[in-house]
Write a protein of this length. Structure first.
Length: 499
Protein backbone atom coordinates (compact mmCIF):
# COMPACT_ATOMS: atom_id res chain seq x y z
CA UNK A 1 0.00 0.00 0.00
CA UNK A 2 1.37 3.41 -0.91
CA UNK A 3 1.09 6.62 0.97
CA UNK A 4 0.39 10.12 -0.16
CA UNK A 5 3.21 11.39 1.98
CA UNK A 6 6.73 11.78 0.70
CA UNK A 7 10.01 11.03 2.39
CA UNK A 8 10.21 14.53 3.84
CA UNK A 9 6.74 14.42 5.34
CA UNK A 10 5.03 16.58 2.71
CA UNK A 11 2.02 15.58 0.62
CA UNK A 12 3.11 14.32 -2.79
CA UNK A 13 0.91 16.65 -4.79
CA UNK A 14 1.88 19.82 -2.94
CA UNK A 15 2.99 22.77 -5.06
CA UNK A 16 6.16 24.18 -3.53
CA UNK A 17 7.01 27.80 -2.96
CA UNK A 18 9.29 29.04 -5.72
CA UNK A 19 12.12 29.97 -3.36
CA UNK A 20 12.01 26.62 -1.55
CA UNK A 21 12.01 24.68 -4.80
CA UNK A 22 14.74 26.58 -6.64
CA UNK A 23 17.03 26.93 -3.62
CA UNK A 24 16.96 23.17 -3.07
CA UNK A 25 17.54 22.27 -6.71
CA UNK A 26 19.81 25.25 -7.35
CA UNK A 27 22.70 24.08 -5.16
CA UNK A 28 23.26 20.99 -7.29
CA UNK A 29 22.66 22.82 -10.56
CA UNK A 30 25.09 25.55 -9.50
CA UNK A 31 27.77 23.08 -8.49
CA UNK A 32 27.61 20.98 -11.66
CA UNK A 33 27.53 24.05 -13.93
CA UNK A 34 30.39 25.70 -12.04
CA UNK A 35 32.80 22.83 -12.59
CA UNK A 36 32.22 22.87 -16.33
CA UNK A 37 34.21 26.10 -16.49
CA UNK A 38 36.07 26.60 -13.20
CA UNK A 39 39.29 24.95 -14.40
CA UNK A 40 39.60 27.09 -17.54
CA UNK A 41 41.74 29.76 -15.91
CA UNK A 42 44.03 27.33 -14.07
CA UNK A 43 44.81 25.08 -17.04
CA UNK A 44 48.18 26.76 -17.55
CA UNK A 45 49.05 26.11 -13.89
CA UNK A 46 47.87 22.47 -14.15
CA UNK A 47 49.97 22.04 -17.29
CA UNK A 48 53.07 23.36 -15.53
CA UNK A 49 52.36 21.41 -12.34
CA UNK A 50 52.08 18.04 -14.13
CA UNK A 51 54.62 18.88 -16.85
CA UNK A 52 52.37 17.98 -19.79
CA UNK A 53 51.67 19.50 -23.20
CA UNK A 54 48.61 21.60 -24.14
CA UNK A 55 46.95 18.79 -26.20
CA UNK A 56 47.04 16.60 -23.09
CA UNK A 57 45.97 19.17 -20.52
CA UNK A 58 42.88 20.10 -22.57
CA UNK A 59 41.45 16.69 -21.61
CA UNK A 60 40.85 18.04 -18.11
CA UNK A 61 38.04 20.09 -19.69
CA UNK A 62 37.06 17.86 -22.59
CA UNK A 63 36.68 14.74 -20.43
CA UNK A 64 34.10 16.58 -18.30
CA UNK A 65 32.11 18.03 -21.20
CA UNK A 66 32.19 14.90 -23.36
CA UNK A 67 31.08 12.70 -20.45
CA UNK A 68 28.17 15.06 -19.80
CA UNK A 69 27.19 14.80 -23.45
CA UNK A 70 27.33 11.01 -23.24
CA UNK A 71 25.28 10.54 -20.06
CA UNK A 72 22.91 13.50 -19.70
CA UNK A 73 20.04 12.00 -21.70
CA UNK A 74 20.53 8.64 -19.96
CA UNK A 75 20.29 10.33 -16.57
CA UNK A 76 17.06 12.04 -17.59
CA UNK A 77 15.66 8.73 -18.77
CA UNK A 78 16.54 7.12 -15.42
CA UNK A 79 14.82 9.98 -13.60
CA UNK A 80 11.59 9.40 -15.53
CA UNK A 81 11.75 5.63 -14.97
CA UNK A 82 12.64 5.63 -11.28
CA UNK A 83 12.58 9.04 -9.57
CA UNK A 84 13.80 12.48 -10.61
CA UNK A 85 14.59 13.32 -6.99
CA UNK A 86 16.48 10.10 -6.33
CA UNK A 87 18.65 10.31 -9.46
CA UNK A 88 19.33 13.98 -8.66
CA UNK A 89 20.55 12.99 -5.17
CA UNK A 90 22.65 10.08 -6.45
CA UNK A 91 24.24 12.45 -8.95
CA UNK A 92 25.12 14.90 -6.18
CA UNK A 93 26.79 12.17 -4.12
CA UNK A 94 28.77 10.87 -7.10
CA UNK A 95 29.81 14.41 -7.99
CA UNK A 96 31.15 14.95 -4.47
CA UNK A 97 33.13 11.68 -4.68
CA UNK A 98 34.61 12.73 -8.03
CA UNK A 99 35.51 16.13 -6.59
CA UNK A 100 37.35 14.48 -3.70
CA UNK A 101 39.30 12.31 -6.14
CA UNK A 102 40.18 15.40 -8.19
CA UNK A 103 41.54 17.08 -5.06
CA UNK A 104 43.55 14.02 -4.06
CA UNK A 105 45.03 13.71 -7.54
CA UNK A 106 46.16 17.34 -7.34
CA UNK A 107 47.52 17.33 -3.81
CA UNK A 108 48.23 13.94 -2.24
CA UNK A 109 47.36 10.80 -4.16
CA UNK A 110 48.57 9.61 -7.58
CA UNK A 111 50.37 12.54 -9.21
CA UNK A 112 49.10 11.77 -12.68
CA UNK A 113 47.24 13.96 -15.15
CA UNK A 114 45.28 10.90 -16.26
CA UNK A 115 44.08 10.21 -12.72
CA UNK A 116 42.79 13.78 -12.67
CA UNK A 117 41.06 13.21 -16.03
CA UNK A 118 39.49 10.00 -14.70
CA UNK A 119 38.29 11.84 -11.60
CA UNK A 120 36.73 14.52 -13.82
CA UNK A 121 34.80 11.77 -15.62
CA UNK A 122 33.36 10.62 -12.26
CA UNK A 123 32.43 14.22 -11.51
CA UNK A 124 30.71 14.61 -14.87
CA UNK A 125 28.64 11.42 -14.50
CA UNK A 126 27.35 12.81 -11.20
CA UNK A 127 26.75 16.20 -12.79
CA UNK A 128 24.48 14.64 -15.43
CA UNK A 129 22.19 13.31 -12.69
CA UNK A 130 21.72 16.84 -11.38
CA UNK A 131 21.59 18.70 -14.69
CA UNK A 132 19.20 16.22 -16.32
CA UNK A 133 16.74 16.12 -13.44
CA UNK A 134 17.00 19.63 -12.00
CA UNK A 135 14.70 21.22 -14.58
CA UNK A 136 12.38 18.20 -14.38
CA UNK A 137 11.95 18.78 -10.62
CA UNK A 138 11.21 22.46 -11.21
CA UNK A 139 8.60 21.54 -13.84
CA UNK A 140 6.93 18.85 -11.72
CA UNK A 141 6.26 21.26 -8.85
CA UNK A 142 5.09 24.29 -10.84
CA UNK A 143 2.28 25.17 -13.24
CA UNK A 144 2.29 27.29 -16.37
CA UNK A 145 1.19 30.21 -14.22
CA UNK A 146 4.43 30.33 -12.24
CA UNK A 147 6.84 28.07 -14.12
CA UNK A 148 8.45 30.94 -16.01
CA UNK A 149 9.45 32.57 -12.74
CA UNK A 150 10.92 29.32 -11.39
CA UNK A 151 12.76 28.55 -14.62
CA UNK A 152 14.07 32.12 -14.67
CA UNK A 153 15.54 31.85 -11.18
CA UNK A 154 16.96 28.42 -11.98
CA UNK A 155 18.62 29.85 -15.09
CA UNK A 156 20.06 32.68 -13.03
CA UNK A 157 21.81 30.02 -10.95
CA UNK A 158 23.16 28.27 -14.06
CA UNK A 159 24.26 31.55 -15.61
CA UNK A 160 26.14 32.70 -12.54
CA UNK A 161 27.80 29.30 -12.16
CA UNK A 162 29.00 29.03 -15.76
CA UNK A 163 30.36 32.57 -15.84
CA UNK A 164 31.75 32.72 -12.30
CA UNK A 165 33.62 29.43 -12.79
CA UNK A 166 36.69 31.19 -14.25
CA UNK A 167 36.45 33.92 -11.60
CA UNK A 168 36.36 31.44 -8.71
CA UNK A 169 39.13 29.40 -10.32
CA UNK A 170 41.34 32.49 -10.48
CA UNK A 171 40.76 33.53 -6.88
CA UNK A 172 41.10 30.04 -5.38
CA UNK A 173 44.14 29.19 -7.51
CA UNK A 174 45.87 32.45 -6.58
CA UNK A 175 45.13 32.56 -2.84
CA UNK A 176 44.77 28.88 -1.90
CA UNK A 177 45.92 25.89 -3.98
CA UNK A 178 44.85 24.33 -7.26
CA UNK A 179 43.11 21.40 -5.58
CA UNK A 180 40.92 23.84 -3.69
CA UNK A 181 38.76 24.42 -6.78
CA UNK A 182 37.55 20.82 -6.33
CA UNK A 183 37.57 20.49 -2.55
CA UNK A 184 35.12 23.38 -2.18
CA UNK A 185 32.44 21.15 -3.73
CA UNK A 186 32.25 18.84 -0.71
CA UNK A 187 30.56 21.22 1.78
CA UNK A 188 28.36 22.59 -1.03
CA UNK A 189 27.22 19.04 -1.87
CA UNK A 190 26.43 18.32 1.80
CA UNK A 191 24.23 21.43 2.01
CA UNK A 192 22.54 20.56 -1.29
CA UNK A 193 21.73 17.01 -0.22
CA UNK A 194 20.09 18.24 2.98
CA UNK A 195 18.02 20.86 1.13
CA UNK A 196 16.78 18.38 -1.47
CA UNK A 197 16.01 15.64 1.07
CA UNK A 198 13.97 17.82 3.42
CA UNK A 199 12.34 20.23 0.94
CA UNK A 200 11.60 18.29 -2.26
CA UNK A 201 8.68 15.83 -2.11
CA UNK A 202 8.91 12.27 -3.35
CA UNK A 203 8.79 11.93 -7.14
CA UNK A 204 7.27 8.64 -8.29
CA UNK A 205 8.14 7.36 -11.78
CA UNK A 206 6.61 9.26 -14.67
CA UNK A 207 6.81 6.20 -16.93
CA UNK A 208 6.70 2.49 -16.34
CA UNK A 209 10.07 0.84 -15.87
CA UNK A 210 11.38 -0.28 -19.26
CA UNK A 211 14.56 -1.54 -20.86
CA UNK A 212 17.17 1.17 -21.32
CA UNK A 213 18.23 2.07 -24.88
CA UNK A 214 21.92 1.29 -24.50
CA UNK A 215 22.68 1.27 -28.23
CA UNK A 216 20.98 4.64 -28.68
CA UNK A 217 22.94 6.04 -25.73
CA UNK A 218 26.21 4.79 -27.23
CA UNK A 219 25.43 6.20 -30.70
CA UNK A 220 24.46 9.71 -29.51
CA UNK A 221 27.52 9.81 -27.25
CA UNK A 222 29.75 8.69 -30.13
CA UNK A 223 28.30 11.27 -32.51
CA UNK A 224 28.71 14.21 -30.13
CA UNK A 225 32.14 13.14 -28.87
CA UNK A 226 33.65 12.58 -32.32
CA UNK A 227 32.11 15.81 -33.63
CA UNK A 228 33.70 17.89 -30.87
CA UNK A 229 37.00 16.03 -31.19
CA UNK A 230 37.14 16.83 -34.91
CA UNK A 231 37.12 20.55 -34.12
CA UNK A 232 39.56 20.08 -31.23
CA UNK A 233 42.11 18.22 -33.38
CA UNK A 234 41.90 20.68 -36.31
CA UNK A 235 44.20 23.44 -34.93
CA UNK A 236 46.83 21.05 -33.47
CA UNK A 237 48.99 21.05 -36.60
CA UNK A 238 52.22 21.49 -34.62
CA UNK A 239 51.61 18.63 -32.17
CA UNK A 240 49.57 16.08 -34.19
CA UNK A 241 50.89 14.82 -37.56
CA UNK A 242 48.33 15.37 -40.36
CA UNK A 243 45.99 16.98 -37.79
CA UNK A 244 43.59 18.47 -40.34
CA UNK A 245 43.31 15.20 -42.24
CA UNK A 246 42.39 13.39 -39.02
CA UNK A 247 39.99 16.19 -38.12
CA UNK A 248 38.25 15.74 -41.49
CA UNK A 249 38.05 11.98 -41.02
CA UNK A 250 36.57 12.43 -37.53
CA UNK A 251 34.02 14.96 -38.80
CA UNK A 252 33.00 12.64 -41.64
CA UNK A 253 32.69 9.68 -39.29
CA UNK A 254 30.51 11.66 -36.87
CA UNK A 255 28.20 12.60 -39.73
CA UNK A 256 27.90 8.91 -40.60
CA UNK A 257 26.99 7.99 -37.02
CA UNK A 258 24.16 10.54 -36.84
CA UNK A 259 21.82 8.90 -39.43
CA UNK A 260 22.52 5.50 -37.86
CA UNK A 261 21.39 6.91 -34.51
CA UNK A 262 18.23 8.41 -36.05
CA UNK A 263 17.47 5.12 -37.85
CA UNK A 264 17.84 3.13 -34.65
CA UNK A 265 15.71 5.49 -32.59
CA UNK A 266 12.91 5.24 -35.13
CA UNK A 267 13.23 1.45 -35.28
CA UNK A 268 13.45 0.49 -31.62
CA UNK A 269 10.28 0.16 -29.54
CA UNK A 270 11.86 1.88 -26.52
CA UNK A 271 13.96 4.77 -27.90
CA UNK A 272 16.24 6.97 -25.84
CA UNK A 273 14.83 10.07 -27.57
CA UNK A 274 11.22 10.15 -28.71
CA UNK A 275 11.35 11.84 -32.12
CA UNK A 276 7.60 12.37 -31.92
CA UNK A 277 8.36 14.77 -29.07
CA UNK A 278 10.84 16.64 -31.28
CA UNK A 279 8.11 17.22 -33.87
CA UNK A 280 6.87 19.90 -31.49
CA UNK A 281 8.55 23.05 -32.79
CA UNK A 282 8.74 24.62 -29.35
CA UNK A 283 10.94 21.73 -28.21
CA UNK A 284 13.07 21.17 -31.34
CA UNK A 285 13.62 24.87 -32.14
CA UNK A 286 14.12 25.63 -28.46
CA UNK A 287 16.89 23.02 -28.21
CA UNK A 288 18.66 24.11 -31.40
CA UNK A 289 18.60 27.79 -30.49
CA UNK A 290 19.77 26.98 -26.95
CA UNK A 291 22.89 25.35 -28.42
CA UNK A 292 23.48 28.44 -30.56
CA UNK A 293 22.95 30.66 -27.52
CA UNK A 294 25.55 28.80 -25.47
CA UNK A 295 28.03 29.09 -28.33
CA UNK A 296 27.32 32.83 -28.56
CA UNK A 297 28.49 33.57 -25.02
CA UNK A 298 31.17 30.89 -24.56
CA UNK A 299 32.99 32.34 -27.58
CA UNK A 300 33.17 35.62 -25.67
CA UNK A 301 34.32 34.02 -22.42
CA UNK A 302 36.83 31.63 -23.92
CA UNK A 303 38.36 33.97 -26.50
CA UNK A 304 38.45 36.97 -24.15
CA UNK A 305 40.21 34.84 -21.49
CA UNK A 306 42.99 34.07 -23.99
CA UNK A 307 43.18 37.31 -25.98
CA UNK A 308 42.96 40.00 -23.30
CA UNK A 309 45.85 38.86 -21.04
CA UNK A 310 47.97 37.67 -23.98
CA UNK A 311 48.32 41.20 -25.35
CA UNK A 312 48.28 43.15 -22.09
CA UNK A 313 44.70 44.47 -22.37
CA UNK A 314 44.08 43.05 -18.90
CA UNK A 315 47.05 42.92 -16.55
CA UNK A 316 46.00 40.49 -13.80
CA UNK A 317 43.77 37.40 -13.56
CA UNK A 318 41.46 39.32 -11.22
CA UNK A 319 41.06 42.11 -13.79
CA UNK A 320 40.19 39.54 -16.47
CA UNK A 321 37.71 37.90 -14.09
CA UNK A 322 35.97 41.23 -13.53
CA UNK A 323 35.59 41.74 -17.30
CA UNK A 324 34.06 38.28 -17.71
CA UNK A 325 31.83 38.91 -14.69
CA UNK A 326 30.03 41.52 -16.80
CA UNK A 327 28.42 38.65 -18.69
CA UNK A 328 27.32 37.06 -15.41
CA UNK A 329 25.78 40.29 -14.11
CA UNK A 330 23.74 40.85 -17.27
CA UNK A 331 22.61 37.23 -17.43
CA UNK A 332 21.68 36.99 -13.76
CA UNK A 333 19.60 40.15 -13.65
CA UNK A 334 17.71 39.67 -16.88
CA UNK A 335 17.20 35.90 -16.58
CA UNK A 336 14.93 36.59 -13.61
CA UNK A 337 13.14 39.45 -15.39
CA UNK A 338 12.61 37.46 -18.59
CA UNK A 339 11.44 34.44 -16.58
CA UNK A 340 8.65 36.55 -15.12
CA UNK A 341 7.83 37.99 -18.56
CA UNK A 342 7.64 34.54 -20.11
CA UNK A 343 4.59 33.78 -17.97
CA UNK A 344 2.62 36.16 -20.20
CA UNK A 345 4.78 37.03 -23.25
CA UNK A 346 5.50 34.43 -25.95
CA UNK A 347 9.03 33.03 -26.08
CA UNK A 348 9.22 33.63 -29.83
CA UNK A 349 9.24 37.40 -29.25
CA UNK A 350 11.58 37.44 -26.25
CA UNK A 351 14.04 34.87 -27.63
CA UNK A 352 14.12 36.30 -31.15
CA UNK A 353 14.82 39.81 -29.88
CA UNK A 354 17.50 38.55 -27.49
CA UNK A 355 19.35 36.56 -30.16
CA UNK A 356 19.24 39.54 -32.51
CA UNK A 357 20.91 41.57 -29.77
CA UNK A 358 23.70 38.98 -29.44
CA UNK A 359 24.19 38.93 -33.23
CA UNK A 360 24.47 42.72 -33.39
CA UNK A 361 26.97 42.82 -30.50
CA UNK A 362 29.12 40.10 -32.07
CA UNK A 363 29.12 42.03 -35.35
CA UNK A 364 30.24 45.17 -33.49
CA UNK A 365 33.04 43.20 -31.82
CA UNK A 366 34.10 41.82 -35.20
CA UNK A 367 34.47 45.38 -36.47
CA UNK A 368 36.17 46.91 -33.41
CA UNK A 369 38.37 44.20 -31.91
CA UNK A 370 42.03 45.13 -31.94
CA UNK A 371 45.00 44.99 -29.57
CA UNK A 372 44.82 48.79 -29.31
CA UNK A 373 41.08 48.91 -28.57
CA UNK A 374 40.15 50.32 -25.16
CA UNK A 375 39.22 47.89 -22.39
CA UNK A 376 35.78 49.53 -22.11
CA UNK A 377 34.79 47.98 -25.46
CA UNK A 378 35.23 44.51 -24.02
CA UNK A 379 33.48 45.39 -20.76
CA UNK A 380 30.43 46.88 -22.52
CA UNK A 381 30.20 44.00 -25.00
CA UNK A 382 30.36 41.46 -22.17
CA UNK A 383 27.55 43.18 -20.27
CA UNK A 384 25.31 43.65 -23.33
CA UNK A 385 25.72 40.04 -24.44
CA UNK A 386 25.03 38.91 -20.88
CA UNK A 387 21.79 40.92 -20.86
CA UNK A 388 20.69 39.41 -24.17
CA UNK A 389 21.52 35.86 -23.09
CA UNK A 390 19.61 36.44 -19.86
CA UNK A 391 16.60 37.62 -21.83
CA UNK A 392 16.76 34.46 -23.98
CA UNK A 393 17.36 31.53 -21.70
CA UNK A 394 14.44 31.66 -19.25
CA UNK A 395 11.66 32.06 -21.86
CA UNK A 396 13.33 29.38 -23.99
CA UNK A 397 13.60 26.92 -21.09
CA UNK A 398 10.03 27.64 -20.03
CA UNK A 399 8.81 27.07 -23.60
CA UNK A 400 10.61 23.72 -23.92
CA UNK A 401 9.52 22.32 -20.57
CA UNK A 402 5.91 23.51 -20.88
CA UNK A 403 5.61 21.83 -24.28
CA UNK A 404 7.14 18.53 -23.15
CA UNK A 405 4.88 15.51 -22.50
CA UNK A 406 4.42 15.13 -18.75
CA UNK A 407 5.67 11.53 -18.78
CA UNK A 408 8.94 12.65 -20.41
CA UNK A 409 9.91 15.63 -18.27
CA UNK A 410 13.25 14.04 -17.36
CA UNK A 411 14.13 13.44 -21.01
CA UNK A 412 13.13 17.01 -21.94
CA UNK A 413 15.11 18.39 -19.01
CA UNK A 414 18.09 16.24 -19.99
CA UNK A 415 17.98 17.42 -23.59
CA UNK A 416 17.77 21.01 -22.39
CA UNK A 417 20.69 20.45 -20.03
CA UNK A 418 22.62 18.73 -22.81
CA UNK A 419 22.53 21.93 -24.87
CA UNK A 420 24.94 23.50 -22.34
CA UNK A 421 27.67 20.89 -22.83
CA UNK A 422 27.14 20.70 -26.59
CA UNK A 423 27.10 24.49 -27.00
CA UNK A 424 30.14 25.11 -24.80
CA UNK A 425 32.13 22.29 -26.40
CA UNK A 426 31.28 23.26 -29.98
CA UNK A 427 31.76 26.97 -29.28
CA UNK A 428 35.18 26.42 -27.74
CA UNK A 429 36.42 23.95 -30.37
CA UNK A 430 34.89 25.56 -33.46
CA UNK A 431 35.98 29.10 -32.57
CA UNK A 432 39.52 27.83 -31.96
CA UNK A 433 39.49 26.05 -35.31
CA UNK A 434 38.29 29.20 -37.12
CA UNK A 435 40.93 31.30 -35.35
CA UNK A 436 43.70 28.86 -36.27
CA UNK A 437 42.61 28.62 -39.91
CA UNK A 438 42.24 32.36 -40.50
CA UNK A 439 45.37 33.32 -38.55
CA UNK A 440 47.32 30.66 -40.43
CA UNK A 441 46.16 31.96 -43.82
CA UNK A 442 46.96 35.53 -42.77
CA UNK A 443 50.42 34.45 -41.60
CA UNK A 444 51.12 32.82 -44.96
CA UNK A 445 50.17 36.05 -46.67
CA UNK A 446 51.92 38.62 -44.47
CA UNK A 447 54.77 36.54 -43.02
CA UNK A 448 53.97 37.55 -39.43
CA UNK A 449 53.62 35.00 -36.56
CA UNK A 450 50.33 33.07 -36.62
CA UNK A 451 49.47 34.01 -33.05
CA UNK A 452 51.12 37.42 -33.07
CA UNK A 453 48.94 40.42 -32.28
CA UNK A 454 48.11 41.26 -35.93
CA UNK A 455 47.05 37.80 -37.10
CA UNK A 456 45.41 36.91 -33.78
CA UNK A 457 43.17 39.98 -34.09
CA UNK A 458 42.36 39.11 -37.72
CA UNK A 459 41.39 35.59 -36.64
CA UNK A 460 39.14 36.89 -33.87
CA UNK A 461 37.41 39.28 -36.26
CA UNK A 462 36.41 36.26 -38.32
CA UNK A 463 35.40 34.26 -35.24
CA UNK A 464 33.02 36.96 -34.03
CA UNK A 465 31.81 37.66 -37.58
CA UNK A 466 30.97 34.01 -38.23
CA UNK A 467 29.14 33.71 -34.92
CA UNK A 468 27.25 36.95 -35.60
CA UNK A 469 25.84 35.29 -38.74
CA UNK A 470 25.11 32.01 -36.91
CA UNK A 471 23.29 33.84 -34.10
CA UNK A 472 21.32 35.95 -36.58
CA UNK A 473 20.09 32.78 -38.31
CA UNK A 474 19.22 31.39 -34.86
CA UNK A 475 17.10 34.49 -34.18
CA UNK A 476 15.12 33.91 -37.38
CA UNK A 477 14.66 30.23 -36.51
CA UNK A 478 13.52 31.10 -32.98
CA UNK A 479 10.53 33.09 -34.27
CA UNK A 480 9.08 30.05 -36.03
CA UNK A 481 8.54 28.07 -32.82
CA UNK A 482 4.98 29.43 -32.76
CA UNK A 483 2.77 30.84 -29.97
CA UNK A 484 2.71 29.42 -26.46
CA UNK A 485 -0.13 27.36 -25.03
CA UNK A 486 -1.34 29.29 -21.99
CA UNK A 487 -3.86 26.71 -20.78
CA UNK A 488 -3.61 25.60 -17.17
CA UNK A 489 -1.88 22.31 -16.40
CA UNK A 490 -3.54 21.01 -13.29
CA UNK A 491 -2.75 17.48 -14.47
CA UNK A 492 0.82 17.97 -13.23
CA UNK A 493 -0.57 17.59 -9.70
CA UNK A 494 -2.26 14.34 -10.73
CA UNK A 495 0.95 12.70 -11.92
CA UNK A 496 2.59 13.71 -8.63
CA UNK A 497 0.23 11.54 -6.57
CA UNK A 498 1.61 8.15 -5.60
CA UNK A 499 -0.21 5.08 -6.80
Amino acid sequence: MSSNNNDSGMPSGTQLKIFTLVSAVGVGVFMSSLDASIVVVILEQIQADFGVTPPIVQWVILSYLLTMMAFTVIAGNLGDRYSNKRIFQYGMILFAIGSLFCYLSMEFLVRSIWYLVFSRVIQAVGATGMMANGMALVTRFTTKKNRGTAVGINNVVISIAVILGPVFGTVIGQFWNLGGVFLINLPIAAIGLALVHFNIPKTPPLTEKRRADYLGSFLIAAFLTILVLSFSVFPETETIPNARMWAGIALGFSLLVLPVFIWWERKTSEPLIDFKMLKNRKISIGLVTAILKHQGYIVIIYQFSLFLPRFGITHTPIELGLVLAGVAVGMAIFAAISGKLSNTVDARYLCTGAMLGVAIMLAVLSALIDVNAHLSIYIVSAIVIGICIGMFQSPNGNSIMSAAPKEKLGIASALHGLTTSVGISLGTALSTAILALVAGLASTKNGLPIYGEVNYAIGLKWVFGVYAVITFLGAILSYFRGPEDRSDDEHIEKVMKTH
